[in-house]
Design a protein around this ligand. Structure first.
Ligand code: FEO
Length: 388
């Protein structure tokens, strides 16, 4: 598919309608796209990123449709293979020089075996003149790898932002002004990919906002002809502000932990708190990640297995910790059959969260009257912290 974004600027990427999983981890309810862009100057032609190698045929067909015989430069904003995987073939077929930063060049050599001689290293802020089209390179590290950068097309005021502001969203409408669906997909992408780098994204956005931007063209999902839409949303997500929301993650073996979670959930809802509950046995981890973006409080409910935290919950906690949400309060509840030390384990596993941990409620077997009192106390603590 080809789409014209501006005079002599084209989308030449590929849509992966039925991809179900990314990184063998992240569910893709709406597939994804791999966006590559072609910029034709009066003297030189540049390609910005390529596509996932499994879309090789579609990608080269797109370039054929535009009758591209020579490409002078292939800009690599990010070395991950869903964007860099066909750079070697572009060099081979069109004689292109790879234009990128030093760190990315290092990765391209090891990850996709680009040759040293085929690379031109650029510095932060450097410009490349294509003839009435000028590319400016702005380094934006850690969104979400250390080498990531964005490319700005000065004349058309288009920012090619690579993964930043992206969405795993296969759609034929390659430009979208906003809307609920795009917001949902972009937030999901942020939660899964960008959230751990929230603080560095703040600095990168400050840098990006010095540019006059009329369109943001990311490497996944639709292009934003209204950049404020996504910039404003990102500013909310990366801010230190939290919503009075409680995300509950639980697993239960013999209904004991489940009873505790149900009791706690009802009480919190009775107090008017927003609760998002996931039984992690059949939850979509993308939905959990989205719910973590704004929530003030996370509740973890788990039984003990072989003297430790339930292995499924251990996986979920590992993910929560790695995503580094801005959670302020953490509550732990659980049950056990014969013994163990899962609370210490969970505390150890959630160190990235910097959250205040309430007094855990742990019961042996089924919950009893005195334990309900402890749950009431926990509920009161959660409510107190979420009533500001
Ligand atoms: Fe879309 Fe980080 O690759």
């Amino acid at each position: 598919m080809i789409r014209k974004l501006a005079n002599n600027v084209y989308f030449v990427g590929a849509i992966d309608w039925d991809r179900k999983l990314f990184d063998e981890l992240i569910p893709l309810p709406n597939g994804t796209t791999y966006n590559s862009y072609l910029v034709k100057g009066q003297e030189k032609i540049a390609l910005i990123d390529t596509v996932d190698p499994k879309k090789e045929e579609e990608f080269f067909n797109n370039l054929d449709k535009l009758n591209i015989g020579k490409i002078d430069y292939v800009v690599s904003n990010h070395a991950e293979q869903d964007h860099s995987g066909l750079i070697g073939k572009v060099v081979e077929k069109y004689g292109a020089k790879v234009v990128t930063n030093e760190k990315c060049a290092e990765f391209l050599k090891t990850h996709v075996h680009v040759e040293d001689d085929d690379i031109r290293i650029i510095k932060d802020g450097e410009e490349l003149d294509l003839g009435e089209k000028t590319l400016k390179f702005v380094f934006t590290p850690w969104v979400h790898w250390p080498e990531t950068m964005v490319t700005y097309l000065k004349e058309d005021k288009i920012l090619f932002s690579c993964d930043l502001f992206g969405s795993h969203y296969a759609t034929s409408e390659i430009e979208q002004n906003g809307g609920e669906k795009l917001l949902e997909m972009a937030k999901r992408y942020y939660a899964e990919i960008m959230m751990p780098f929230r603080n560095i994204i703040k600095k990168n956005i400050e840098k990006i906002e010095k540019l006059e931007i009329e369109k943001i063209a990311p490497s996944h999902g639709p292009v934003y002809p209204n950049p404020r839409f996504i910039l404003n949303e990102y500013k909310k997500w990366i801010s230190d502000n939290v919503e009075n929301e409680v995300v509950i993650l639980y697993v239960s073996m013999h209904e004991s932990t489940k009873k505790m979670i149900e009791y706690l959930t009802d009480k919190l809802m009775d107090e008017g708190l927003s609760v998002k509950l996931h039984n992690i046995v059949n939850s979509d981890i993308g939905e959990i990640a989205v719910d973590l973006v704004d929530a003030s409080t996370v509740v973890i409910g788990t039984p003990m297995v072989l003297a430790g935290v339930h292995p499924l919950m251990a996986g979920a906690i590992y993910l929560v910790n790695a995503l580094r949400p801005k959670t302020k309060y953490l509550a732990l509840v659980g049950s056990y059959g014969w013994g163990g030390r899962f609370i210490d384990e969970i505390k150890e596993m959630t160190k990235n969260l910097k959250a205040e941990i309430f007094e855990p409620v742990v019961v042996k077997g089924l919950i009893s009257k005195k334990d309900y009192k402890k749950l009431d106390n926990l509920v009161n603590e959660i409510i107190k912290r979420n009533k500001d």
